[in-house]
Design a protein around this ligand. Structure first.
Ligand code: P5A
Length: 443
């Protein structure tokens, strides 16, 4: 993308309404525009990050065998009357009436709708296990929408639903989700800690939230700090082996880590004092096992291997896709702007032309732009007629992990500069060497 032809409405002033860094930076970097309280347009730069996060989520879900689909945002109220949640859900649910006076709602979650899909099409244990998921907009009329996309009213969620013949099989699906989530967050450069939590309106007793530690997080958390060093890494996991999956989950859940909802002072006191930490966290996902809470009242039954019709065991599993954009920035920024992890960056590299209109500089930039694009990378080329300082400030603000700086003086010696946004380190090298280095980094 050439910046002269892009739409990147960066702000010079710090917006007064934004209380936390990620909200401020998303506004300043021209990523979002608020349209109503908790409702945002995703401008081109923000939209690119959102799409990259979705892509990582899709890849990690499909890696473990979960099947993508798409359910609508609007749902008939009658489905929710069947489960009993239409009245329970309260003021957070946006209720709508169509021209035929039929009650609809803008889905805050999809347990009822997926149970309806399941009961219409699945009748035998032979079709289990089954996990269906989608990435779709949700609406929750939060009392206090705040912190930009962190607590929105309209927000993007990945929600997955598991169907199994019994509790053991459903708990395997729960554990498999835990590992797929850990891997998803790691690919985004985040450490998200699974913590025992409360299930709220979704239901069930087994639930973990995934929290990214951050001062500005909305949840209070209590944990053994050795949990922050755990990584899944590149280990090879057989996701269909319940014992192997459960062992790895135990590794991530045996140390004390709880939100204030389930915090237990006596158990916390057992943690050695120098490891006992109290802090704050951003909830970027939550997984639930709730047995037959929806399948029983909604009649989602399958025939088991003894010929009996039994309600299916279910769980639901959510990732806050739009919230992740804010959470990643909260975890990765400095006083000059955002620092995108390579796994989700909107553009892989920025090209800064120090002297637009200089024949050598222009043609070196064009060459780099074309070669990098041909390699499958997305460069953002700042080809505007601007001062170098302004170009650097924009690149630092929008946070691309790598910047190539091209100017006539360096080119005279056959060199350009490659700068790492995170460390600020700059290396002089030939344009060809830049291309091969970036090829390796993003390999
Ligand atoms: C699990 C999937 C559920 O709704 N039903 C389907 C279950 N879980 S949840 O914990 O309530 O939401 C899942 C994740 O969505 C994000 N989230 C939000 N993001 C932005 N703004 C909001 N108002 C908001 N509410 C929830 C969180 O990341 C949460 O973990």
């Amino acid at each position: 993308m050439r910046l002269s032809r892009y739409f990147l409405p960066v702000l010079k002033e710090t917006p007064a309404e934004a209380q936390i860094a990620s909200h401020r930076l998303m506004l300043r970097a021209g990523m979002i525009r608020q349209q109503a309280a908790g409702i945002y347009s995703w401008l081109p730069l923000g939209f690119r990050v959102l799409r990259r996060i979705e892509q990582v989520v899709h890849e990690e879900q499909q890696r473990v065998g979960h099947i993508p689909m798409l359910m609508p945002t609007l749902q008939p109220a009658d489905l929710w009357r069947e489960s009993g949640r239409y009245d329970d859900y309260g003021a957070e649910m946006l209720r709508i009436r169509d021209r035929h006076k039929r009650d609809l709602l803008y889905g805050p979650t999809n347990e009822e709708m997926i149970t309806d899909v399941f009961r219409a099409h699945v009748a035998s244990y032979r079709d289990l296990p089954l996990t269906l998921y989608h990435i779709q907009w949700k609406f929750r009329d939060e009392i206090r929408p705040r912190f930009g996309v962190m607590r929105g009213r309209e927000f993007l969620m990945k929600d997955g639903y598991t169907f199994d013949i019994d509790k053991d099989a459903a708990l395997h699906a729960y554990n498999r989700h835990m590992l797929s989530y850990l891997r998803t967050y790691e690919r985004m450069g985040l450490t998200a800690i699974p913590m025992r939590a409360d299930s709220g309106p979704i239901g069930g007793d087994d639930t973990h939230e995934f929290l990214v530690l951050a001062q500005t997080g909305e949840s209070e958390v209590f944990y053994d700090d050795r949990v922050t060093a755990l990584r899944l890494g590149a280990r090879d996991i057989d996701h269909d082996d319940p014992a192997a999956v459960a062992d790895i989950c135990a590794e991530f859940t045996s140390l004390y880590a709880r939100t204030d909802e389930t915090h237990d002072e006596a158990a916390f006191a057992q943690v050695p004092e120098d490891h006992r930490k109290v802090g704050r966290g951003i909830e970027v996902g939550q997984i639930f096992y709730f047995g037959t809470k929806y399948s029983e009242p909604m009649g989602a039954r399958v025939v088991n291997d003894r010929g009996e019709r039994v309600p299916v065991h279910m769980g639901s599993h959510g990732i806050g896709v739009s919230r992740l954009v804010g959470a990643i920035i909260e975890a990765s920024h400095d006083e000059r702007g955002i620092i995108w992890p390579e796994g989700v960056t909107p553009f892989h590299v920025g090209i800064v032309n120090l002297k637009q209109g200089d024949g050598a500089a222009d043609s070196a930039c064009e060459g780099l732009y074309r070669t990098l694009t041909a390699l499958g990378l997305a460069p953002l080329y700042d080809d505007r007629d601007e001062r170098a300082g302004a170009k650097f400030a924009t690149m630092d603000l929008i946070g691309l992990p790598w910047r190539v700086t091209v100017g006539p003086r360096g080119l005279a010696a056959g060199k350009v500069e490659l700068t790492c946004r995170r460390t600020g380190e700059t290396e002089e090298m030939s344009p060809e060497a830049v291309v091969s280095r970036l090829g390796q980094i993003y390999g």
